[in-house]
Design a protein around this ligand. Structure first.
Ligand SMILES: *Cc1c(COP(=O)(O)O)cnc(C)c1O
Length: 424
């Protein structure tokens, strides 16, 4: 199946007389005939469901669709993108371990790594995604357990060199984790470029309609845990909480990572996506391919309009030929990148505020990447506590406006921007 068909058909094949849509299995628990049947599930000896804190059939069908779209072997849904990022790393690294991350990542992920996971005893080194080979090499330590990056960073719109970071990670015997939220598997499939694990905030384009917060983790199934057994004892030595199962032996390269994350992390920490939310997510996935195409078409036109407008100081969009990441974007995302643009209006912070006040089609919202065009002024919201000097140092200047171009008629979006720019 091609991507457009997988969006509709993957993950669930109804049998004779079954519902056509993935059904919502709104049940916390599941019935068995004997205690022995139940026991085999608890020992991971049989496949099946017993309690929705760990696994639910609706979630698994939707996760299987995302795994098919990404070209992975196994996947799980989480309650949010934050939970996906946390589980993806925590499934490999614990106290005393170290992780390398691109410095150009979503702010929420940066806080999770740099504050909360440090408090759990995991150390992080943040590297410039365009650093020299020497700098990248120097970041690795004997206790490094993973490398992390974002295909298109939110909101900096840096394009991550997946192949380069995958090669460096593999040379040190560790997997590359890529957050593919902004590109989606419609525009980029990181596993094909060497990534081992892919994460998503499904809250964004995948859901696409402002309906449900959620996340997903996909395993590419290509990382050989046993070949680096000393680095990943959680996967390669017996788990006493499951009668001594060795995940990498019992479930192989294709299944070990997600089985461990389900059996240990979901069991102990919860954070599963509600089946109802998984149903909404599936509705979004069905139209993901057509929506992404339209988001990219609209964003390209809007970026070109902004670039040509004399009230606009600068525009960052990887689809623009002059953009710093244009060539890399063409390599990894030949069909388009995403619908998010950042730009500044002449006159700085005050001009940005004036401009946004007059928008009518584009709404002001702390959100990106869905059907509705929306704008955010980070200096007045997500980055409000920072001084102008700190904002510039963080690459989020006081004039920066993040514009998430939706799938409305593009002429309406451009006319709205034009009338609001006239007030600046
Ligand atoms: C929003 C976002 C997240 C966090 O996802 P939530 O669903 O809000 O928890 C992670 N990564 C990226 C790139 C995001 O845009």
């Amino acid at each position: 199946m091609r991507q457009e068909t997988k969006c509709i058909q993957a993950g669930y094949t109804p049998a004779n007389g079954d519902p056509r849509m993935i059904p919502i299995i709104q049940s916390t628990t599941f019935k068995y005939d004997t205690s022995e049947d139940m026991g085999r599930l608890f020992d991971l000896e049989a496949e099946g469901y017993f309690y929705t804190r760990l696994q639910n059939p609706t979630n698994d069908m939707v996760a299987a669709k995302i795994a098919a779209l990404e070209g992975g072997t196994a996947a799980m849904l989480t309650s949010s993108g934050q939970a996906a990022s946390f589980f993806a790393v925590f499934n490999l690294a614990g106290a005393g371990d170290h992780v390398i991350s691109s410095a150009s990542i979503y702010g929420g992920t940066y806080n999770l790594f740099n504050v909360t996971m440090r408090r759990m005893g995991i150390d992080f080194t943040f590297v410039d995604p365009d650093c020299s080979d020497e700098e990248l090499e120097a970041a690795f330590r004997p206790n490094t357990k993973a490398v992390f990056g974002e295909t298109i960073a939110n909101p900096a719109l840096t394009v991550f060199d997946i192949e380069r970071f995958a090669a460096a990670a593999h040379a040190h015997g560790v997997p590359l984790i890529v957050d593919n939220t902004f590109a989606t598997p419609i525009n980029c499939r990181p596993i094909e470029w060497g990534a081992d694990i892919v994460t998503h905030s499904t809250t964004k384009y995948m859901d696409g309609h402002d309906t449900a917060v959620g996340g997903c983790i996909v395993d590419g199934g290509k990382f050989d845990w046993m070949a680096h057994a000393d680095k990943f004892p959680g996967l390669t030595t017996p788990d006493e909480s499951y009668h001594g199962i060795v995940y990498a032996e019992k479930f192989g390269m294709g299944g070990a990572y997600i089985t461990k994350a389900t059996a240990q992390l979901m069991r102990d920490l919860g954070s599963i996506q509600a089946p109802m939310n998984a149903f909404f997510l599936n509705l979004g996935l069905e139209s993901l391919a057509v929506r992404m195409q339209r988001h990219c078409e609209n964003a390209q036109k809007v970026a070109e309009f902004l670039q040509a407008n004399d009230k606009v100081a600068w525009v960052t969009y990887p689809g623009l030929p002059g953009d710093r990441y244009h060539e890399r974007a063409k390599k990894y995302m030949p069909n388009g990148t995403c619908g998010v643009i950042s730009f500044g209006v002449k006159g700085g912070r005050a001009a940005a505020e004036e401009f946004m006040k007059h928008l009518q089609v584009a709404i002001i919202a702390t959100h990106v990447a869905d059907a509705h065009t929306c704008v955010l002024h980070p200096a007045n919201s997500t980055h409000r506590q920072m001084s102008d000097e700190e904002l510039i140092a963080a690459g989020v200047g006081p004039d920066l406006i993040r514009l998430s171009v939706g799938i409305e008629n593009c002429d309406d979006i451009i006319e709205d921007l034009a009338q609001a720019l006239a007030f600046v």
